[in-house]
Structures are given as C-alpha cells and as structure tokens.
Design a protein around this ligand. Structure first.
Ligand SMILES: [Zn+2]
Length: 80
C-alpha cells in the first residue's frame, strides 16, 4: 500500500538547510496508526519526498509479520 501526502509540513523546506530533511513524525504516526488499527507490525518507508523534488511525499506501508508473536497470543490460543 502506498500513502501520498501533499504539502507535508515536515518536508516543505523553509530554507536551503532543510532540503535534506525527511519525514520522521508522519512516518512514525502512520506506522502506529496501521499497527493499532490492524494489530500487526508494519514497516513504513518514504519512497518519494518533497525534499527530493517530488510533487508529493509517498510512503510505502508493508506488513512485517503475518501472525502475532506467540507471547502476545491469548492463553487459549497458545499451543501447549
Ligand atoms: Zn517527505
């Protein structure tokens, strides 16, 4: 899944010193939102960015694990 963000405040450069900034705040919150919503672990990486001259910031969201770790499973779901 790819999420596009137009005019992302973190990446709109205000000065030339900001040209190498990338989104950490938005990326972390998107990861937390996806993990909280679906109960799985996701990885989010920024694949396009305003700071690189792209029109939008694009974030690739990928599922890292297909199943919950055994320690997080309910006792009734754990195999003995
Ligand atoms: Zn960006």
């Amino acid at each position: 899944m790819v999420v596009n963000a137009k005019r992302l405040f973190e990446c709109e450069p205000n000065t030339k010193q900001d040209l190498h900034r990338r989104s950490a705040f938005f990326r972390a919150h998107l990861r937390g939102f996806m993990s909280g919503t679906f109960g799985r672990i996701f990885e989010v990486s920024e694949i396009q960015c305003l700071t690189g001259g792209d029109e939008v910031c694009s974030f690739r969201v990928a599922l890292l694990e297909t199943a919950a770790p055994r320690l997080l499973a309910r006792p009734s779901e754990r195999a003995l």
